[in-house]
Ligand binder design. Structure first.
Ligand code: SF4
Length: 289
């Protein structure tokens, strides 16, 4: 017969699982993913929590705020030094809470002139613990209206690229260098990118992807994979703070230049190889199904 302690551990584990499910559903709904009401989510959380088990601590990840980052230890260093879990082990609920805090800060941000023309800031979509992140340039017309990155025609093309790689649309993390739409979709200036950079750093610190794909020259430059005016930047691995970065063309360029899709697919296949994956349909991928 099982003793009281294992039963309590089981109940606590069930409570944590229910809490995480509720968090994920709420997160997906906030990103336009699933049609679940807030009341349903609260009920979901309550149903899964036994009355005698305390609620899961949902404090945000212990890391410096965007304003306090200069010279401050990185989140993983802070956590490791304290003997706490590294950011790779940070619970999903803590990641979600931290990303939501950052998104709320971006929504109020006036650090660069781009805030003057925004309808909404555009922060993120996808899995907060994804192994693969795509970083684009900045929001366009559709993104500015909806508050989500890559939802217009170039977003539809990105979704097809993600599917071709064998990922579900929201199994990857997607964001931009700047969070507010530049006027007439112009390229963000270097001062605008630099002003917004701490948000990108902070969100990638939370997600900690294994590989980043930089979509377009702007993102490639910002992540240190291309120099201004440099030719031949596409398809050459770079690094951003220890994470491999593959710079490739932006989907909006591919809409204008479809013949470049082959080169991008070559880059995405290199990304899959780096992650130890094959695109669906290849013999090895089929053999695993
Ligand atoms: S683009 Fe970034 S730095 Fe500029 S106002 Fe928007 S959130 Fe702030």
């Amino acid at each position: 017969m099982r003793g009281a302690a294992p039963d309590q551990e089981l109940a606590a584990a069930a409570a944590r699982l229910a809490e995480e499910v509720a968090e994920v559903l709420r997160w997906e709904r906030s990103l336009g993913g699933v049609g679940v009401t807030a009341a349903e989510l609260r009920a979901e959380g309550e149903r899964g929590r036994p009355a005698d088990v305390p609620p899961v601590d949902r404090r945000p990840v212990d890391e410096p705020t965007v304003e306090a980052r200069d010279g401050a230890p990185r989140p993983a260093e802070v956590a490791s030094a304290a003997g706490e879990p590294t950011s790779l082990e940070v619970p999903l609920a803590a990641r979600i809470a931290r990303l939501e805090t950052l998104a709320a800060e971006a929504a109020k941000c006036t650090a660069c002139p781009l805030h003057e023309g925004r309808t909404r800031s555009v922060f993120q979509r996808g899995d907060p613990a994804a192994e693969l992140a795509f970083v684009g340039e900045g929001p366009g017309f559709h993104e500015d209206r909806l508050g989500l990155p890559f939802v217009g025609p170039s977003g539809e093309l990105l979704d097809r690229m993600i599917a071709a790689m064998g990922y579900a649309r929201d199994a990857v993390y997607v964001c931009n260098v700047v969070k507010c739409r530049p006027p007439n979709n112009r390229t963000p200036t270097v001062p605008e990118r630099d002003a917004c950079g701490p948000f990108l750093e902070a969100q990638l610190d939370v997600v900690r992807p294994r590989v980043i794909v930089a979509l377009g020259r702007c993102a490639a430059e910002h992540l240190g994979c291309a120099e201004p005016e440099q030719r031949g930047w596409r398809g050459r691995w770079g690094q951003w703070r220890g994470t491999p970065v593959m710079p490739t063309y932006h989907p909006s360029y591919l809409l204008r230049t479809p013949q470049a899709k082959r080169a991008v697919w070559t880059d995405l296949q290199a990304v899959l190889a780096r992650l130890g994956r094959e695109p669906p349909g290849t013999p090895a991928a089929v053999a695993r199904q």
